[in-house]
Design a protein around this ligand. Structure first.
Ligand code: R5P
Length: 281
């Protein structure tokens, strides 16, 4: 039985379809004062339930905690939680004295309520060490992204920075093309600089793959560099499309195609990671 909250609904429904199990959509709403209300309109649930719900933005974290309790109340005694986009994962250390170690705080609190956790492309999967009480795995969207782009004539897959090299390799392996990475320096929350590159991009169709697109600054800078190098087409793909402040429009101005997975839903969330999650379950 797949239980869906108010986020990642299309992924949750897709997952139920791929697994051939029942989909139960929880009722979720807000009281006039903004507090969350959830109700699973069933007499009982299966003993084993898969709950799909993001922890981003903050309000959805509260909804997730309420859904876990509602499911327990209806007899679910093994709850696997799929958190497609795990909020706060990027604050995985105290970058400055006095900061909170946000990723650890979230994982430590959530581990008290779940019997198993599945996440997708965490910024750094090592953070799952803080989820110690039950099994937890981070799954990769690369096979799904590679499959989506396998008939798009891609010559080269690039990570926008060194940290994204492995992801680019995995996507390229599915497509059957080369991969490489660019060199990125972050100047501020919205500004990045991509170092001039020696990559052979002239006349090529290039796919840039990242884990997250937030402001779009990284992809815009990487695309400009690739166009400067003579790339004929530049496509951009990410797992988690946060697309803050009109990023999709800014990206569409420079990229030939922008696509994300359905961990976060938007107009461009065209790649489903349901098969990846179903395989793990
Ligand atoms: C950072 O290391 C991440 O992998 C992404 O590159 C980053 O979050 C993208 O942010 P933006 O779209 O704001 O450049």
């Amino acid at each position: 039985m797949i239980l869906g909250g108010s986020t990642s609904k299309s992924l949750a429904q897709d997952l139920a379809r791929v697994l051939g199990v029942e989909y139960v959509q929880a009722l979720t709403k807000r009281f006039p004062d903004g507090e969350a209300y959830v109700r699973i309109e069933r007499e009982a649930l299966d003993k084993e339930v898969v709950l799909v719900q993001n922890t981003y933005p903050d309000a959805n974290l509260v909804e997730l905690l309420l859904l876990l309790d509602a499911a327990r109340g209806l007899g679910a005694d093994k709850i696997t939680c799929v958190i497609p986009y795990f909020g706060y994962a990027r604050q995985d250390r105290r970058f400055n004295p006095g900061e909170a170690l946000s990723a650890k705080v979230m994982l430590r609190h959530l581990e008290m309520e779940m019997d198993r956790l599945l996440t997708i492309d965490l910024h750094k999967p090592d953070v799952l060490e803080w989820f110690a009480r039950a099994p937890a795995s981070d799954l990769k969207a690369a096979p799904a992204i590679g499959e989506f782009f396998s008939n798009h004539g891609i010559d080269l897959v690039l990570g926008p920075d060194k940290g994204a090299t492995k992801r680019a390799e995995e996507v390229a392996a599915v497509i059957g093309c080369e991969s490489d990475h660019l060199e990125k320096a972050r100047l501020s929350g919205t500004e990045v600089r991509i170092a001039p590159s020696q990559i052979e991009a002239k006349g090529k169709t290039v796919l840039i793959v990242d884990d997250i697109i937030s402001t779009g600054g990284t992809i815009v800078a990487a695309t400009s560099e690739l166009k400067r190098l003579g790339a004929s087409k530049v496509f951009a793909a990410c797992t988690h499309g946060l697309f803050t402040g009109g990023a999709v429009d800014r990206l569409k101005d420079v990229c030939d195609l922008v696509v994300s997975t359905n961990t976060l839903e938007s107009d461009v969330s065209r790649v489903s990671v349901a098969k990846v999650v179903a395989k793990e379950i």
